[in-house]
Design a protein around this ligand. Structure first.
Ligand SMILES: C[S@@+](CC[C@H](N)C(=O)[O-])C[C@H]1O[C@@H](n2cnc3c(N)ncnc32)[C@H](O)[C@@H]1O
Length: 255
C-alpha cells in the first residue's frame, strides 16, 4: 500500500465518527439497541456534508431504482449505502479502504437488519476486484479527494458499469491551484490530495468514456454547511475524548 493511502487509513482510524461512537450515542438516546431501524442511525452515520438531502440529490442524479445494483465508492461506515437501500430499494456494495470502517459498516448494517441488501467490502476504489459490467450505478460521496489517482478511480467506475450505467458523485474541487502551504495543510489534516477542478474532472470523465450530463458547483451553499459541520466536529471531539475513543488530531482541526 502507498504511503499516501497509509496516511488516509490512519486519519479514518482516528476519525471522531466511528461505529462505536454511533452505537454509544444511539444506546444513550434509546436506552437499548433492540429493533433498530436505519432511520435511528441517520443522524449519526452520514460522513459527508448535507446529510440525507445530499443522498437524495445524488440518487436523483444517478436515477437509482428498486433492485438496481449500486456500487458506493469510499462507502465509509455504510450510511449512504443503507440509505440508498432503504429509501430506493437498491442492492448496494460499498468499497472502503479502511478495515475499521468496513467492520463498523457491517456491525451497523446488521443492527438494522439490512445485511442481505448492503455490504461494504475492504478495497481500493482504483482496483476493486469486483466483476466488470455488474452494476447499474456507481456513486461516491465526498471521498475522491482522498484518492491520488482519480483517473484510475473513474476508469474503475466505468469498468464496473453495465452499458447505459450511471456515475454520480460529489467531491471537493478547487477553483485555483492551492499554494504549497495550503496543499500541505489539507494533506496533513484531511488527507486531501490531487484536488481536481471542474474542468479537470470533465477531462477525466471524458477520457474514461462517460458522457457528462450535469455538473453543479455547490461552493456557496457548502460554505454554510462547512461551518455547521466544524462546530459539530468540535462538539463530538469533546464527547469522544470523554469516552476515551479516538478523537481526531490537531492537524485535522487546523485544516
Ligand atoms: C468522508 S468519508 C465518506 C464516507 C461515505 N461516503 C459517507 O458519505 O458517509 C471518506 C471515506 O473514503 C475512504 N477512502 C479513502 N481512500 C479510499 C480508497 N482509495 N478506496 C476506498 N476507500 C477510500 C475512507 O476510508 C473513508 O471511509
Amino acid at each position: 500500500m502507498s504511503d499516501r493511502n497509509t496516511h488516509v487509513l490512519d486519519l479514518y482510524t482516528r476519525h471522531p465518527i466511528s461505529a462505536q461512537q454511533i452505537i454509544a450515542k444511539v444506546r444513550a438516546l434509546r436506552g437499548h439497541l433492540e429493533n433498530l431501524t436505519p432511520e435511528d442511525l441517520y443522524p449519526h452515520d452520514q460522513d459527508h456534508y448535507g446529510g440525507l438531502s445530499a443522498n437524495d440529490a445524488l440518487a436523483e442524479r444517478a436515477s437509482i431504482h428498486r433492485d438496481e445494483h449500486v456500487a458506493d465508492f469510499c462507502a465509509g461506515l455504510g450510511g449512504p449505502a443503507r440509505y440508498f437501500s432503504r429509501r430506493f430499494g437498491a442492492e448496494v456494495t460499498g468499497i472502503d479502504l479502511n478495515p475499521a470502517r468496513v467492520h463498523g459498516a457491517a456491525e451497523l448494517t446488521a443492527l438494522v437488519g439490512l445485511e442481505s441488501r448492503v455490504r461494504v467490502i475492504e478495497g481500493d476504489v482504483t482496483r476493486t476486484g469486483l466483476p466488470s459490467a455488474a452494476f447499474d450505478v456507481v456513486v461516491s460521496q465526498e471521498a475522491l479527494l482522498h484518492v491520488p489517482d482519480k483517473a484510475a478511480a473513474v476508469a474503475e467506475a466505468s469498468r464496473l458499469l453495465r452499458p447505459g450505467g450511471r456515475l454520480a458523485f460529489t467531491d471537493w474541487i478547487v477553483h485555483r491551484p492551492l499554494s504549497p502551504h495550503e496543499a500541505e495543510t489539507m494533506w496533513h489534516g484531511l488527507g486531501a490530495q490531487t484536488l481536481q477542478s471542474v474542468e479537470g474532472y470533465r477531462e477525466l470523465l471524458s477520457v474514461a468514456g462517460f458522457a457528462l450530463l450535469s455538473v453543479e458547483d455547490l461552493t456557496d451553499e457548502w460554505g454554510v454547511i462547512l461551518e455547521q459541520r466544524f462546530a459539530m466536529y468540535r462538539e463530538l471531539r469533546q464527547e469522544t475524548l470523554r469516552q476515551g475513543l479516538p478523537a481526531g488530531n490537531e492537524e485535522f482541526y487546523a485544516a
